[in-house]
Design a protein around this ligand. Structure first.
Ligand SMILES: [Zn+2]
Ligand SMILES: [Zn+2]
Length: 687
């Protein structure tokens, strides 16, 4: 068998001016992780790189608002991005930043080479200059009256009121945002990258890219059709990579030109950090290597036109100077994703629509987030994050099908055998399990290689579904009483399927896959197992540890607290087994009859009430309860409820809750009232 080719996984660089949100995860962070995890299991040499995009005006503006330096802002968000990614299980070989010395050095070299070959030309244009501050102003630093809608606080780049894109010289009555002086228009020189010079080469290169996703191809072709234009690559700024020429000290290389170089510079940084300074060449100069670029659709032309053109120009210069044996590798594929929306609305930082990664990671198991986004990935069209659908998919599919199969086989075998039973004379029906595994491993692999992750996941879920059917057919609970040996064989194959489900699911759900792995008594990490070992016989006789619980069902009531802006914490550990509470634990609960004295809406959450409840003996408790969708305030007022009074107080979105209502909840109907029997005493113990 030939060795699989090396794979370079390039992940679009998130901008370091805020937390990562689910749009980033669905669009460009989760797909490459699934892809890279799979290829590592296939034995490929994989390098996955990215980092924080650190330069540009928005970062300056934000740092100024926060009263810190741009460098401090960038450092803060780079550290936070790294932590969130680690908690989500996104496994980079290197997640760096464009603020490194290494990145600067390479970008300046690329600039120098491009300039030497005439791919960078200088042109004079007009800039907005503040005579008082003695500097050119970035567009966002100029404010004035919008020429379209007369909004007096329009910015030089855009009017927030009418949404029109502006140029600072369009503004009436312009003012410098920093000092209030009236700016003037002055000539300023900038470098332009001569994109049209690459058009014939780009068209030639794109000829055999019919295997790209349709949206990637269409976007790219539209750009070419509209005609390529020279693009300014420098700005009058103080924050960014300096231009390596004398006389340009107050200008910087513009972020779009330098951030894309990060894929190359990060590969170099990774190689140096591993003490093999030339190792980056395995990914950039080896003709067998395939490079994949994962990004959101808004980034397509930067990766299918601009970056390839920049690479072509850079290689040309290095080849001329005999500094390279061959040209640098161009992208092999650019699987761009569409957008994730939130209940139908576009994620938007400025409008405050979105779910930030640190928040959701503090509330939910990272694999539940990964599962929902994988099952609902915006591969060919926009996809929507809906909380109800999230709960339904986790409870019905992840817990109900996948978790259920794994748990029932593991716990039954553990209870009745304690070890992996022998596979002794299996029936045809039982051997069919192996065919199913082989088939699923093959299809899932094909789909992942084609970057069709949703379909790959569906294959693995179908295998779990098949597993449940298999257990029902085998009925081990009956068989074990009739024929212990035959039952052992049935379970042995059932466990083989459990192992396959750990391996084939590892790219999608790395944490759960590892828990299954350990429950099977497998040593080491499932992430380091080979894809092919899904079919390798499990060793009969090996002791089975007490199985770990894979997932807990999500209580829909928890959604009431979903947007809480909690500080990032460790992911919620998987909780206790389904529904089994030891009797003693239940007896510890102190349940009382209470009477609702007042009902107020929670000030910060539209699904919550704040209740005051009389619990007898002159004591009143304050409770926060997710009841607003189920009861009007007057339906609760003055009524009897059951509540648990011996719980530690909890802070629920800023309001203390000193107890918990006890009631019925079948997922849609929620009931907390007690039958109103005359004489029912407030404070009475419920047993
Ligand atoms: Zn306007
Ligand atoms: Zn000024």
């Amino acid at each position: 068998m030939s060795k699989p080719e090396p794979i370079l996984v390039c992940v679009a660089w998130p901008y370091a001016n805020g937390s990562l949100h689910l749009g980033h995860v669905a669009g460009s962070l989760l797909p490459p992780d699934i892809f890279a995890r799979y290829h590592r299991m296939k034995g490929s040499k994989v390098l996955m790189v990215s980092g924080s995009d650190c330069h540009g005006t928005p970062i300056m503006v934000q740092a100024e608002k926060a009263g810190i330096t741009p460098a401090q802002l960038v450092e803060k968000f780079n550290a936070e991005h790294k932590q969130s990614l680690q908690q989500l299980g996104v496994q980079f070989d290197l997640f760096t930043a464009t603020s490194t010395e290494n990145h600067k050095k390479w970008v300046q070299d690329i600039f120098t080479v491009h300039k030497k070959l005439g791919y960078l030309v200088e042109r004079e244009g007009k800039g907005t200059y503040c005579p008082k501050d003695k500097r050119f102003l970035p567009d966002r630093y100029v404010e004035g009256t919008c020429p379209h809608c007369a909004n007096r606080q329009a910015r030089g780049d855009q009017c927030d009121k009418c949404g029109k894109t502006l140029d600072p010289i369009d503004l009436k009555n312009p003012k410098c945002k920093t000092c209030g002086a009236t700016p003037e228009t002055r000539p300023t020189k900038h470098f332009y990258f001569t994109l049209p010079k690459f058009e014939p080469r780009l068209k030639e290169w794109l000829k055999d890219k019919a295997y790209w996703r349709p949206n990637t191809i269409n976007f790219t072709n539209n750009w070419l059709k509209e005609g390529l234009q020279d693009r300014a690559i420098t700005r009058d700024l103080s924050w960014g990579i300096p231009i390596p020429l004398a006389g340009y000290e107050d200008k910087r290389i513009y972020v779009w030109y330098e951030a894309v170089c990060g894929y190359l510079t990060a590969s170099v940084e990774w190689a140096q950090a591993h003490g093999k300074p030339d190792a980056w060449k395995d990914w950039w100069l080896n003709p067998d290597t395939k490079s994949f670029y994962f990004l959101g659709k808004d980034n397509i032309p930067f990766h299918t036109i601009i970056w390839p053109a920049m690479l072509m120009g850079y290689s040309e210069g290095l080849l001329k100077e005999k500094k390279l044996p061959r040209a640098l590798n161009l992208p092999y594929n650019v699987p761009a994703n569409e957008f994730l929306t939130l209940s139908g609305q576009q994620f938007s930082k400025s409008r405050g629509i979105g779910i930030q990664l640190p928040d959701i990671l503090s509330k939910f198991d990272p694999d539940t987030i990964r599962y929902y986004l994988s099952a609902n990935m915006p591969e060919d069209k926009d996809a929507d994050w809906s909380w109800d659908d999230f709960v339904a998919k986790i409870n019905d599919e992840l817990v109900g099908i996948y978790g259920n199969y794994v748990h029932r086989v593991l716990s039954f075998t553990q209870n009745h055998y304690g070890v992996i039973p022998d596979r002794d004379a299996p029936t045809t029906r039982q051997l069919e399990v192996l065919d199913k595994i082989r088939e699923t491993a093959g299809y899932a692999a094909q789909f992942i290689e084609l970057c069709e992750f949703k379909k790959a996941l569906r294959q693995v879920m179908a295998l779990a579904q098949y597993g449940n059917k298999y257990v029902d057919d085998m009925a081990p609970w009956a068989l074990v009483k009739k024929d212990r040996k035959a039952c052992g064989t049935a379970l042995n194959l059932g466990l083989q399927l459990v192992k396959a489900l750990a391996i084939l699911m590892q790219p999608f759900l790395p944490f759960a896959a590892q828990r299954i792995w350990e429950s099977l008594g497998e040593p080491g990490k499932v992430a380091e197992a080979s894809w092919e070992t899904a079919l390798e016989d499990i060793p009969a006789g090996r002791k089975l540890p007490v199985p770990k619980i894979l997932f807990e069902k999500i209580d829909p009531a928890r959604l009431a607290e979903k947007p809480a802006a909690a500080a990032p914490t460790a992911p919620t550990p998987a909780a206790k087994p389904n529904n089994v509470v030891p009797f003693e634990d239940f007896q510890k609960l102190d349940l009382r009859v209470g009477k609702v004295l007042s009902v107020e809406p929670h000030p910060k959450a539209d699904k919550l009430y704040v209740l005051k409840v009389d619990i007898g003996n002159g004591e009143t408790r304050q409770l926060v309860a997710g009841m607003r969708a189920h009861y009007k305030a007057e339906e609760l007022l003055g009524k009897h409820v059951a509540l648990i009074v011996n719980l530690a107080p909890a802070n629920i979105r800023g309001v203390e809750s000193q107890g918990m209502l006890f009631g019925a909840d079948d997922g849609s109907v929620v009931s907390v009232l007690l039958p109103d029997k005359p004489g029912l005493k407030v404070g009475a113990k419920i047993r």
